[in-house]
Design a protein around this ligand. Structure first.
Ligand code: PNS
Length: 186
């Protein structure tokens, strides 16, 4: 009898804590700069969790167009009032940061087949390092399937129109940055 009651209590406690558990997802990336594809993943990712931690990586091996601070400003401008989006930066191993922010899941967007190999390697390595953190992929929406930060920068530097691929806040920054870089070269 006592045993049955204990089990019932345990079951109840387990259910209560599961109900109260905050689902935190971590969306890491370079965001150099933020594209409409990223924005779409953030908006859709919010339906899967209570809080979405969007984290800009400090990567000493990459030469970015925008500083981490500039990239953060763009994110802040695009998501000024969204209480459930936390904007942060991190360096070092992603899984360590995922544990630090108590994320249950790492969120990544998946575009063309070309993304798959890189993403599956990362997801499997991250799983080996931190089996408790699941990687969740959202398929890019059709309109963003071909959009990448790398292409956006290339097209902008060559004078092409990238207004359909980035949010207006990023477009303004890109236009200013291209002018600044071209001024330096002249
Ligand atoms: O937007 P990106 O550049 O595709 O994002 C890549 C990112 C930040 C997810 C990846 O470079 C990363 O996780 N960097 C942190 C260092 C790390 O944990 N490396 C091992 C990954 S298995």
């Amino acid at each position: 009898m006592t045993h049955r009651n204990d089990s019932a209590t345990n079951r109840k406690l387990t259910r209560v804590s599961a109900d109260e558990m905050q689902r935190i997802a971590l969306y890491p990336g370079s965001f150099d700069p933020l594209t409409n594809g990223h924005v779409n993943i953030i908006e859709r990712g919010l339906s899967l969790c209570d809080e979405l931690v969007v984290a800009i990586v400090h990567n000493p091996n990459k030469a970015p167009m925008f500083s981490v601070e500039e990239r953060m400003e763009i994110l802040r401008e695009v998501f000024p009032d969204e209480q459930r989006v936390r904007l942060t930066t991190f360096s070092g191993l992603l899984v360590n940061y995922a544990r630090e922010v108590q994320a249950n899941a790492i969120l990544r967007g998946l575009r063309a087949v070309a993304d798959f190999e890189y993403e599956s390697q990362m997801a499997n390595m991250n799983r080996r390092l931190a089996p408790e953190v699941e990687t969740v992929f959202l398929m890019a929406e059709p309109g963003s399937f071909f959009v990448s930060s790398r292409l956006v920068k290339e097209v902008a530097l060559l004078g092409g129109d990238i207004s359909g691929s980035v949010p207006p806040q990023a477009l303004a920054r890109l236009t200013a940055k291209v002018k600044q870089l071209q001024g330096k070269r002249a």
